[in-house]
Design a protein. Structure first.
Lengths: 529, 309
């Protein structure tokens, strides 16, 4: 009994003191501080070491600057490199570096930095980023030359990646295995204060910052003095944090959440064009999809407009080809774009011998038109699969949905157990065509199980024979158009990246000129007093 | 006597741990999917993939892989996470304190409140009190944790503003997760306490105590509760394992790190060394919990010691 009384007393006082504590618990009220919740896709990063990490989050992009930045329209902009020149044969790249840049540890940024940094990639799992570079030559303190093993038309794209954020070579060497966990030193607008894996990352403003790229209006130090990035896995919790002021900005808001957020008086949203496509690969080795007419019919049965309106409330874009709209290799001939045409879809099935029965289902002989539609255990994809299932039913195709977890579904693809699948990818480079359609990756990632001599030839040309970026674009465009003509997939939807913020505490620029959440956006953000 | 019994039980842990490690290893490796698919970059060739699998020893036979893993564990090395690219021991060490704090508080909370409620339900003369407590027990044992967690956030954080919605930085952020996890535990402990008390209450010696004229309170606290505690302690000891891993839902909803979240995330990515390391830790915790329960039981009830020696 004595214990009980003590416990009650303790517990009661605990509740009292915590409620007193929480009265002051309002981080947003403190001037120049903001709390940002990571998007679901960037949770669980274990390190801020861009050279060795497998996952990097938005905070990483604020700690480090890159030589080159990429805009939301996929254009490249100078940053730590003020200009660059590629030799006509693609075998050398010369970069002029920005003057007066210093790391958070006081070390200067110059040509020696680059010469020490690039070789660090060797032997790591991120080595592919630099593998085409044979060696780095220091021309003068602010000029470096990459001597190449082979032309790399993807050079600027790689340099703009978060994995190519430049760390201080001195700290990198000194910290060893602890680098990225206890310390991370870049030249970015924010310094790493503390990092609790799985919980939060605290950054403080780099007051000396004076080397922003042309993608932000603010060219000086950030206006926000301190940013706390928090990991909140549950979307509902993250939303409630935003609503109650525990969080000022939510990254990666699911599109179906936008309509709920719009009802909140103190919440505004910004959408950035996404960097991926949701689509339905068709297994070209599985009956009845070995027949191109059946594939074409399936492709024409999907109503992108209806899906955009019903599943995504009109946010985002319809997809009519495999690459995102902003990529030059995505500008295919309009007649090759895959669009909804139910009359033609039905006619094609008739031609292929799948006749409509009285019950609204099709059959060929005694075989009825029943197919398997796989998707992964994710609310968005499950909804998408259901709508596609209904649309396929309209042309007389009976699709049965099976849901797998994301690791298991890959094994199903590799077993060649699938016919149709609803899935998505996130990648803003044309080489994604090679990834999903090259004949040496059948099953997964080549879910379409596509193997074809002409396709391989065009792939080889796009991937290896391009010496400069213009040639590369033309070659990928040709490859893309050929793939579209073979109806290997149905493009469905181009998602957007959505950011929600508390209008009472922060101001976020109306248009964001970079893909994803980068330092360029944060430099222009303000805490509202 | 009790020392010898404890040593015997401790020795038995060795063969049990070995069998458990084999089961864990097999289950993890038999799952469809593999970690390399979560690691390879866009553009890597089948050769790159094979090289990566070889780097982590995944190309070797399961038997070899098992012995390499268990051999390293015996020498204190939990291995390197494949997808998360950190030492597994570091990852566990980073998450363990969060799990222990939350688990221990929830355990204490549910044990104390559960025993009190169970006792009230057992001795309440008024059917109404008994019904209310029984209803609460039923509700507590069936309500889904994530739903309860969201309801509590809505009430205590959004409407009343008493506690933060999520996080793990402040003590106040612990209150709602402790209540969420504790709630299910209260129901369990209360149910066992109630049944045990009622069972003991029907024994002849209790009738004798009443006949001797002892007060109800004396009978309850001096005689009934000590007897009834034996099954309660067993249940509590079995729940020690849950302290570490039973908080997955609460960790997810309240955005807390912990062993449960680490396990679930790594399971999704098929990060074998992390999943195996976490499961082994949880299995050990359950085994130790059972052991402690058995020893306590033996200490409280001489019949158990005698039966096993």
């Amino acid at each position: 009994m004595r214990y009980m009384a003590k416990t009650l007393l303790l517990f009661g006082s605990a509740i009292m003191s915590t409620s007193l504590l929480t009265m002051n618990f309002s981080p947003a009220a403190v001037a120049q501080e903001a709390t940002i919740a990571f998007s679901a896709g960037e949770l669980g990063a274990t390190s801020y070491d861009p050279i060795k990490a497998s996952t990097l989050n938005s905070a990483n992009a604020l700690i480090y600057d890159r030589l080159v930045e990429q805009g939301a329209d996929q254009s490249f902009h100078p940053h730590l490199a003020t200009s660059w020149e590629e030799s006509p044969d693609g075998m050398t790249w010369v970069f002029k570096l920005r003057e007066g840049v210093t790391f958070h540890d006081g070390e200067p940024f110059n040509a020696d930095t680059i010469a020490a940094w690039i070789p660090e990639f060797e032997g790591t799992e991120n080595a592919f980023m630099t593998e085409a570079i044979d060696r780095v030559e220091v021309v003068d303190p602010l000029t470096v030359k990459f001597v190449m093993k082979r032309p790399e038309p993807n050079m600027l794209y790689n340099l703009a990646s978060t994995f190519m954020g430049v760390p201080s070579p001195k700290s990198y060497k000194a910290m060893g295995a602890d680098y990225g966990v206890t310390t991370a030193i870049g030249t970015g607008p924010f310094k790493l204060d503390s990092f609790a894996i799985g919980l939060e990352t605290v950054l403080s403003r780099n007051g000396d910052y004076a080397w922003a790229s042309d993608l932000s209006v603010n060219q000086g130090a950030a206006k926000i003095a301190k940013i706390t990035f928090r990991e909140i896995p549950d979307q509902s919790t993250a939303f409630l944090e935003l609503k109650t002021g525990g969080v000022d900005v939510l990254l990666g808001v699911p599109t179906d959440f936008l309509s709920i957020l719009k009802k909140e008086a103190n919440v505004a949203t910004v959408t950035i064009p996404g960097t991926g496509i949701n689509y339905m690969p068709i297994n070209t080795t599985a009956e009845p999809f070995t027949d191109i007419k059946v594939r074409q019919s399936t492709a024409l049965a999907v109503n992108q407009k209806a899906i955009l309106d019903s599943v995504y409330n009109g946010v985002g874009q319809e997809a009519h080809h495999f690459l995102i709209n902003s990529l030059p290799a995505g500008k295919v001939k309009s007649e090759l774009e895959i669009s909804y045409d139910p009359a033609k879809a039905k006619q094609l099935l008739d031609e292929a011998g799948w006749a409509m029965k009285d019950d609204g289902a099709r059959a060929k002989g005694d075989q009825s038109l029943k197919v398997k539609l796989f998707t992964q255990n994710d609310t968005e994809f499950k909804r998408l699969a259901q709508v596609v299932q209904a649309q396929l039913k309209d042309i007389g195709m009976d699709a049965e949905i099976t849901v797998f977890d994301s690791s298991t579904i890959r094994d199903e693809y590799k077993r060649n157990a699938h016919q149709l699948a609803v899935r998505g990818y996130d990648w803003n480079n044309a080489d994604i065509l090679d990834w999903f359609f090259s004949g040496n990756r059948l099953g997964y990632p080549n879910v379409s199980m596509w193997q074809d001599a002409k396709s391989e030839e065009l792939n080889e040309k796009a991937m290896k024979a391009s010496t400069n970026s213009a040639e590369r674009i033309a070659n990928f465009l040709e490859y893309h158009e050929y793939l579209l003509s073979q109806f290997l997939f149905v493009p469905i939807y181009q998602p957007t990246t959505n950011i929600a913020y508390n209008t009472g505490t922060v101001r976020v620029p109306k248009t964001i000129r970079v893909p994803r959440f980068r330092s360029q956006t944060v430099l222009d953000m303000e805490v509202v007093k | 006597m009790i020392v010898r019994y404890s040593l015997q039980r401790l020795l038995m842990l060795i063969p049990v741990s070995v069998s458990i490690s084999i089961v864990i290893f097999l289950i993890v490796h038999m799952l469809p999917g593999d970690p390399i698919d979560n690691l390879i970059r866009v553009g890597s060739s089948p050769q790159d993939r094979a090289a990566l699998a070889a780097k982590y020893g995944l190309d070797r036979s399961l038997v070899v892989q098992y012995f390499v893993w268990i051999g390293n564990i015996v020498s204190g090395d939990f291995g390197q996470a494949i997808v998360l690219r950190r030492p597994v021991a570091d990852l566990i060490a980073q998450n363990l304190p969060y799990s222990l704090t939350l688990g221990a508080l929830a355990f204490a909370f549910s044990s104390i409140v559960g025993m009190i409620l169970g006792t009230i339900a057992a001795v309440a003369k008024r059917p109404a009190v008994e019904q209310v407590v029984k209803g609460f027990i039923l509700f507590g044992s069936t309500v889904p944790g994530f739903w309860l967690a969201l309801l509590m956030i809505l009430l205590f954080s959004v409407t009343l503003g008493w506690f933060p919605v999520s996080g793990a930085k402040t003590w106040s952020a612990l209150v709602l997760p402790v209540l969420t996890i504790g709630f299910g535990g209260i129901a369990l402990v209360a149910r066992v306490t109630r049944v045990a008390l009622l069972d003991v209450g029907h024994e002849d010696f209790v009738t004798l105590l009443h006949a001797k004229g002892l007060s109800r309170a004396t009978i309850l606290f001096r005689h009934l509760l000590p007897h009834a505690l034996v099954p309660v302690v067993t249940i509590l000891a079995l729940r020690i394992g849950w302290i570490l891993g039973g908080a997955v839902t609460a960790e997810f909803v309240f955005g807390r790190p912990g062993l449960g979240s680490l396990l679930i995330r790594s399971l999704g990515q098929r990060d074998y060394p992390v999943v195996q390391g976490c499961l082994l830790m949880l299995a050990l915790a359950v085994m130790l919990g059972t052991l402690i329960g058995d020893i306590l039981q033996a200490a409280m009830d001489p019949r158990i010691r005698e039966a096993s020696t």
